[in-house]
Design a protein around this ligand. Structure first.
Ligand code: GLU
Length: 298
């Protein structure tokens, strides 16, 4: 039977998760996130889950996945088995996408990244401002949103590659009331107003990956009964999109805690290519798990 996007039955225990993507080696920033989740779950007598976010089949590798298990095990972190691997649950994300399609909130988007870039560049060359999302990516042009069903069918029939995007304006009209989330993290706290419109027509499924980060993370947090989402402040603004998808799909909302980010020597957020802060490299230099805790400020 095809997998459905269903919320897990409510649990009497808090459920935490660490959800890395196996597209590089874990660094100190991941250690902070994993240890925080693990410590909070333990303190609350709750559960700690590990989820492998590997929908990007081109960039994720089994070697990086193995390295995640090795690094987390070395840190003394224990997680429930089996681990949920997103690449094994494309049916669940497809089911969620189908529901949004039935609600008339999704359209096929045919423009390649290069085409979007050229369109934006031409617009900006005229001195005009093109809207961008909180990550700095340009909004998707409106052309495809306005196509007729007949036109869409012809293009798809011709084999044109396409993604699926959420019609943000329509989705917000359907919800019809302001959204918010409960935030308990290191930045702003309390009931935070969610403004998903800041993200434009977000992608729900790519031409080269049958889901998107926003869709799969929302479906999985509900499907795994996650009660507390603890992750970096870099994902603070994205929470608005997750709240919208929860509302549209009738999924419960977790409590959020967005934690401080660790910065590299250049003052920028750590990245997976940053060898010197990689956990494996630090282990090879003789550092202990206790040293790592100290380095991340725990
Ligand atoms: N997979 C995401 C990442 O590695 C984290 C997703 C989340 O915690 O919501 O950045």
């Amino acid at each position: 039977m095809a997998e459905e996007a269903m919320p897990a039955p409510p649990s009497d225990k808090p459920v935490y998760r660490f959800a890395p993507s196996p597209n590089g080696l874990l660094h100190l920033g991941h250690a902070l996130s994993a240890l925080l989740n693990h410590d909070m779950a333990k303190k609350a007598g709750g559960r700690f889950l590990l989820r492998i976010e590997d929908i990007d089949l081109a960039r994720c590798t089994p070697e990086f996945e193995t390295a995640i298990y090795r690094d987390l095990g070395w840190l003394g972190i224990e997680w429930e088995k089996p681990v949920r691997r997103q690449s094994e649950h494309f049916d669940a994300y497809r089911a969620a996408l189908d529901r949004l399609m039935e609600m008339g909130l999704v359209y096929p988007a045919f423009m390649t990244r290069g085409k979007v870039k050229a369109r934006v560049a031409a617009h900006e060359a005229d001195g005009k401002i093109w809207p961008r999302d909180p990550d700095g990516s340009p909004f998707y042009p409106q052309d495809d949103r306005h196509r007729s069903e007949a036109e869409r069918r012809v293009l798809i029939g011709r084999g044109s590659r396409h993604a699926f995007r959420l019609d943000m304006a329509k989705a917000l009209r359907l919800v019809g009331r302001p959204l918010s989330w409960m935030e308990t993290g290191d930045g702003e706290r309390g009931e935070i107003p969610a403004d998903p419109s800041l993200w434009g027509d977000v992608v729900l499924s790519r031409s080269d990956a049958p889901s998107s980060y926003h869709l799969s993370v929302t479906v999985d947090d509900a499907g795994q009964g996650i009660t507390h989402v603890v992750r970096g402040l870099d994902l603070f603004e994205a929470t608005a999109v997750h709240r919208l998808l929860q509302e549209l799909l009738g999924l419960p909302q977790p409590i959020y805690r967005h934690h401080r980010l660790l910065l590299g020597a250049d003052g920028r957020k750590l990245s997976k290519s940053e060898g010197s802060t990689g956990l494996a490299a630090l282990r090879d230099q003789g550092l202990s798990p206790a040293d790592i805790r100290r380095l991340v400020g725990l």
